[in-house]
Each structure stands twice: as structure tokens, then as C-alpha cells.
Write a protein of this length. Structure first.
Length: 221
């Protein structure tokens, strides 16, 4: 009788192990076969100690599943937090790329305007240079005319009123020469200012181009 009871206890332990560990497929099949081939013992024949062991095992299994569920919930929360953080970073990077793109477009527009201004200043510089050369040629012709008049007066021996007229004419021509010299100085100053502006504009265009290249490389990177 004792051996029979021990065998029944062993069978119950195997059945319990089948339900506790679902991975034991062969054991589960064995449990099913045992159920079919062997009659279940009456409830009053199961010892009290076995009932306590079963309850203890079930409680441990419940605690294990509760702990596993808690871990899965914690892991899910961590994953959700990481996803939210990744979403924030992605939105920030997208915003930064949009800002860089807008800055690149504004810089490109500014560079085009600077190049157009540079072209206009080149045209003005060429016009001033042409006017300056014309003024120099005119001044040279006037000076040659004054010299010719003085030489002619000296050869003719002009005196008196005619001499005074020639001197007055020479004085007017000298005054005109002073005015032309002032105008020429103004043109030189204007030319110098334009050259400075051209140099500054060229440097600004070069710097803007380098910055645009860096922004394009940053967008491609």
C-alpha cells in the first residue's frame, strides 16, 4: 500500500510539473497518457502535505508570472520612452535642417544680389575710367592750345591790350585747369572708393560662397 501511494504521489508530481513547465511537451503527453491509463486517486486519499506542496508550487508560479509581467511592463515603458526621445531628436534635427535650408536659400539670394551689385559697380568703374581718360585728353588739348597761343603771341610780338587779353585768357584757362584738376581728383577719389567697394564685395562673395558650400556639405552629410 505504501508503494502504491508513493507511485501516486510521483504521478501527481509529474502532472504538476507538466502544468508548471509548458516546454515539457513529452512530459505533457506522458501526463495525458497517465490520465487515460490510470484512475485518479480519490480526493480524500491525497495526503495533506501534498496539498500544501501543490499550493506552495502554485503560489511560486503565480509570483514568477507576476514578476515576469512586471518586467515586461517596465521594458515596454522603457521602449516607449526611448521612442519618444528618438521622436523628439528626429523632430529637432528636421527643424534644424529646415533652418539650414532656409538660411542656405537666403544666403544664395544675398550672394546673387551681391554679384549683381558687383557687376553694376564694375560698370560704373568702367564708365568713370572712360570719363577720366576723356578728361585727361581734353586737358592735354587745352594745355597744348595755351602753349600754342603763347608761342604765337611771342612770335608776333604782341603787346598792350592784346597782351593783356592773352594773359587774361591764360588766367581763365589756368582757372579752368584748376577746376578740371579738382574734378579729376574727385574722379580719382571716386575711383579709389569704387575699388575698395569692389574688393570688399569680392571678399564677401567669396566668403558667402564658401559658407554655402559648407551648408550644402552639411545637408548632404
Amino acid at each position: 500500500e505504501r508503494e502504491v501511494l508513493l507511485e501516486e504521489i510521483q504521478d501527481l508530481k509529474m502532472q504538476l510539473q507538466c502544468y508548471i513547465d509548458p516546454s515539457l511537451t513529452s512530459a505533457r503527453k506522458t501526463c495525458s497518457l497517465l490520465k487515460l491509463t490510470q484512475p485518479s486517486p480519490p480526493v480524500n486519499a491525497i495526503p495533506e502535505s501534498l496539498n500544501e506542496s501543490l499550493e506552495k508550487a502554485l503560489e511560486q508560479e503565480r509570483l514568477r508570472w507576476t514578476e515576469a509581467e512586471t518586467k515586461w511592463i517596465s521594458l515596454a515603458e522603457e521602449l516607449r520612452a526611448e521612442l519618444e526621445a528618438s521622436k523628439v531628436v528626429m523632430n529637432k534635427q528636421k527643424h534644424e535642417l529646415e533652418i539650414e535650408k532656409r538660411c542656405g536659400e537666403e544666403l544664395k539670394e544675398a550672394m546673387q544680389m551681391a554679384m549683381q551689385g558687383h557687376a553694376r559697380m564694375l560698370e560704373q568703374y568702367a564708365d568713370l575710367e572712360e570719363r577720366h581718360m576723356q578728361l585727361l585728353a581734353r586737358h592735354r588739348r587745352i594745355q597744348e592750345g595755351i602753349d600754342d597761343v603763347k608761342k604765337a603771341a611771342a612770335r608776333a610780338g604782341v603787346k598792350g591790350a592784346e597782351s593783356r587779353f592773352i594773359n587774361s585768357l591764360a588766367a581763365e584757362i589756368s582757372a579752368l585747369k584748376v577746376e578740371k584738376e579738382k574734378e579729376r581728383q574727385y574722379l580719382r577719389d571716386e575711383n579709389k572708393s569704387l575699388q575698395t567697394q569692389l574688393r570688399d564685395t569680392a571678399e564677401a562673395v567669396q566668403a558667402a560662397g564658401e559658407l554655402l558650400v559648407r551648408l550644402k556639405e552639411a545637408e548632404e552629410g
